[in-house]
Design a protein around this ligand. Structure first.
Ligand code: DC
Length: 232
């Protein structure tokens, strides 16, 4: 039966564009596995952090590359819906990978070719049988250029900064909107200009501007695209 087809769905986009929210909701409705590849890059940054493989704003590349075989990333059993915790060598690191130290290190880690090769291979293994919604920056361009459906998510920088500011204020009451916006702008710059796996819209990706669409409309639009594919 055609409807038993298990699709590979790639959702790429800018930081704080709402791509994970859409990806999770879509995976929930379809009963697919959701993979947050940003969490995996954060997992390597966490390994760098706990092993002291960095100084101020630089990573000890050679030491990290030598020890990359010690980094075993997996996703554990779902806690809620499709949200599965990231495990580093079997230990749940879902919370610490979101803290500001890791957020500061992760862009530096994500430009290292050996790290990208390792994680891209792992992501391909995870998605090989389909039935997957994977979100990231290079899923539709590098990890699964043959994905059945590609969605590229964007939103105006001010809108993304506002969302992130509201989220961060809960834990960091002194944070300013300007600081959050500057951080996002710098992450956009790093993400879009790195030489390997830069963030860019695949030619065959459908563009979603989440500043103009409600969450419900985004999900409806994505489901319509999925149903069109399954009806083929
Ligand atoms: O989505 P996020 O903010 O958790 O991503 C964390 C970092 O990882 C961010 O700097 C971009 C990078 N990343 C990447 O280079 N490739 C991916 N497929 C996913 C994330």
């Amino acid at each position: 039966m055609q409807n038993d087809r298990k699709l590979i769905i790639a959702i790429d986009g800018y930081a704080s564009s709402g791509k994970s929210t859409l990806a999770k909701a879509l995976a929930d409705v379809l009963g697919y596995v959701f993979i947050d590849t940003g969490a995996m890059y954060r997992g390597v940054a966490y390994f760098v952090y706990i092993n002291g493989l960095y100084t101020d704003d630089s990573i000890h590349f050679e030491k990290l590359i030598k020890r990359l075989d010690e980094v075993h990333l997996t996703f554990g059993e779902p806690i809620e819906g499709n949200d599965r915790p990231l495990l580093l060598n079997g230990v749940n690191i879902n919370e610490p990978i979101r803290n500001s130290e890791i957020s500061a290190l992760v862009s530096l880690v994500a430009v290292i070719p050996e790290v990208r090769t390792k994680l891209v291979d792992l992501q391909r293994q995870m998605g090989t049988h389909g039935g997957i919604v994977m979100d990231g920056r290079d899923i539709g361009t590098v990890v699964f250029p043959q994905a059945d459906l590609k969605i590229f998510v964007t939103a105006d920088l001010d809108i993304r900064a506002h969302r992130r500011f509201i989220e961060m204020q809960k834990n960091l009451p002194d944070i300013t909107f300007e600081a959050v916006k500057a951080n996002l702008a710098s992450r956009d710059e790093i993400d879009t200009t790195r030489s390997i796996g830069p963030l860019k819209q695949a030619e065959d990706a459908v563009l979603f501007d989440t500043g103009l669409l409600t969450r419900e409309t985004q999900l409806e639009k994505a489901l319509t695209l999925v149903h069109q594919l399954l009806a083929q």
